[in-house]
Design a protein around this ligand. Structure first.
Ligand code: ZN
Length: 547
């Protein structure tokens, strides 16, 4: 059986020998084309000048590195007017002149580089049996030619952070083709203006409200329409709304706590002495609510197919917590902390012993236990720590056992339905898309206070304007919000008024930075995989050539 098809060689190249040598498959190749075109004049040359050997690395075959020993020829150009007398035969597209790898291996490394970045790329190529280095991978990525931007009329522009909000770049997207046009190394007006100035054909710039991109567009493409992009409008409105909801939910919680306390004081149960709810209860209730909201968020993201790492990052809890919550399958109630009796009856004895400097907290604790007391080690430690603010810690550090750190979660109070942030999303969504349960929660929230109900009506009107592109209603809407005197929404209105033409355009023209946000997310993914020391040029290449 012929092995030629296994190596998929171009016609005119034959295999003369094939043998494994120290784990490498060595294949001898011979070029047999009867003629080769002169690279200068194009005349087909047939007269052979000499032979020489080229060593080439090819794609690995069944996990084995493949090395070609290729015998190629030099030809005479017999065209009398051609200044080139001798040339090496061309084997493109199989291999580029003077390359040491085949074109297909070159491309494979490029693709792996684009998908993974340098360092990870090398781990992938190692396992595939491709011998290359991180620097070669980086060079291959950088060698990719950048396509010229060409004619572009509608752009969306936004910033992204290189690392945790400390350094920013700019992304420019074609709103019609949804292609990333460019990535710029900062977000200054000068840089983006320079980019736009090179494209005087721009007719529309969708950008966030006010700020540097607006200034850049005014300067570089003054005739272009600017639109405040709907994504940011809705985001800003959501933030204002969250403020309204947070304020009313907090007031609601306070009312509940007060009612509950009053009822506990007034109605002692079955002859027990009246109890006053401990102060920490409101705090632990708030914590429990927060955890519950986080838990629900985790489950929702999981259902959408996000990885645990992505969920941990988005929800703001540890990876281990996400993993534990998902494997439990139910909301993880925390165990109430066992309460031990007060240490105070023994305090003077403890302090005496401590002052002599002869005992560690652990020893003191052991003695108390031996005497039949049921105190936790931590009770003793904490009491002494309070007594000697810099005492026990200095002499005896001991991290607290985990279960001791947890908060008391037993909580007899009815709780408000949701956190402000969740409530905000309920308020912004189309009412017809809500599940029955969500509709109940929404109704409950709206009944908290007339102001909350009014805020709901207002944000729904705004969302409606966005969806139906009815920006002509903006002035009416602004007036309604002003008249409502809802504090947090006034701030939003002020911002909108400062940029009203662009907001109106954003509410009227069918262009939105939603697509830009999608690209920013893709960019985040590439960023997370690292572009480290190779820096911005590598990030740009990977974004512009993303697979
Ligand atoms: Zn020639």
């Amino acid at each position: 059986m012929s092995i030629i098809p296994l190596f998929a060689l171009p016609s005119g190249i034959e295999i003369t020998a094939c043998s494994p040598q120290e784990g490498v498959l060595c294949v001898s190749l011979l070029s047999t084309q009867p003629s080769s075109p002169c690279p200068f004049c194009g005349t087909a040359a047939t007269r052979i000048h000499s032979h020489y050997q080229r060593r080439l690395t090819d794609l690995p075959s069944t996990g084995q590195p493949v090395r070609f020993q290729l015998s190629v020829r030099k030809f005479f150009c017999d065209e009398s007017t051609c200044p080139r007398k001798i040339f090496t035969e061309r084997l493109a597209p199989f291999v580029a002149p003077s390359a040491r790898v085949t074109a297909r291996l070159f491309q494979l490394v490029q693709i792996i580089g684009l998908a993974t970045g340098g360092r990870l790329g090398q781990r992938v190529t190692d396992r595939m049996g491709v011998q290359t280095s991180r620097f070669t991978i980086l060079r291959r990525i950088m060698a990719l030619p950048t396509e010229p931007v060409g004619h572009v009329t509608h752009i969306g522009i936004d910033d992204f952070s290189f690392r945790r909000g400390r350094k920013f770049g700019t992304i420019v997207v074609d709103l019609q083709t949804h292609k990333i046009l460019d990535v710029l190394p900062d977000r200054t007006a000068d840089t983006s203006a320079a980019w736009m100035a090179a494209h005087p054909e721009i007719e529309l710039v969708s950008r966030d409200r006010g700020g540097d991109y607006a200034a850049a567009a005014r300067k570089a493409v003054p005739a272009a329409t600017q639109t405040a992009d709907r994504f940011h409008l809705l985001k800003n409105l959501g933030e204002a709304l969250e403020g309204v909801l947070a304020r009313h939910l907090a007031a609601h919680r306070k009312r509940q706590t007060e009612t509950a306390r009053a009822s506990l004081i007034q109605t002692p149960q079955s002859g027990e002495p009246p109890k006053v709810l401990p102060k920490s209860s409101a705090l632990s209730q708030a914590k429990r609510e927060q955890r519950q909201a986080q838990y629900q968020h985790v489950v929702a993201l999981r259902e959408q197919g996000f990885s645990q790492t992505a969920i941990a990052e988005q929800v703001g809890v540890g990876h281990a917590t996400v993993s534990r919550w998902l494997s439990n399958g139910t909301f993880p109630e925390q165990k109430p902390r066992p309460r031990s009796a007060s240490v105070d009856p023994h305090l003077s004895q403890l302090v005496q012993r401590w002052k002599t400097g002869s005992s560690t907290v652990a020893e003191l604790h052991r003695e108390l236990v031996a005497d039949g007391y049921s105190h936790q080690y931590n009770s003793v430690y904490r009491r002494l720590a309070r007594f000697f603010p810099d005492g026990p810690k200095k002499r005896y550090t001991h991290s607290l056992p985990k279960e001791q750190k947890q908060q008391d979660a037993t909580d007899p109070l009815p709780r408000p339905p949701v956190l402000a942030r969740q409530a905000m999303f309920l308020f912004l969504r189309r009412p017809e898309e809500l599940l029955a349960e969500e509709q109940e929660t929404l109704a409950l929230l709206r009944s908290l206070h007339p102001e909350v109900d009014q805020a709901y009506e207002l944000v729904q009107q705004f969302a409606q304007m966005l969806r139906t592109l009815t920006g002509e209603q903006l002035d009416d809407w602004l007036e309604q919000v002003r008249a409502s005197h809802i504090r947090e929404l006034q701030g939003f209105v002020t911002g909108v008024k400062q940029d009203k033409e662009a907001v109106k355009a954003g509410l009227t023209l069918p262009a939105s930075n939603g697509v830009v946000e999608g690209k920013v997310n893709k960019l985040k993914l590439i960023k997370r995989m690292g572009y480290g020391r190779a820096g911005f040029p590598l990030l740009r290449q990977r974004v512009l050539h993303a697979l």
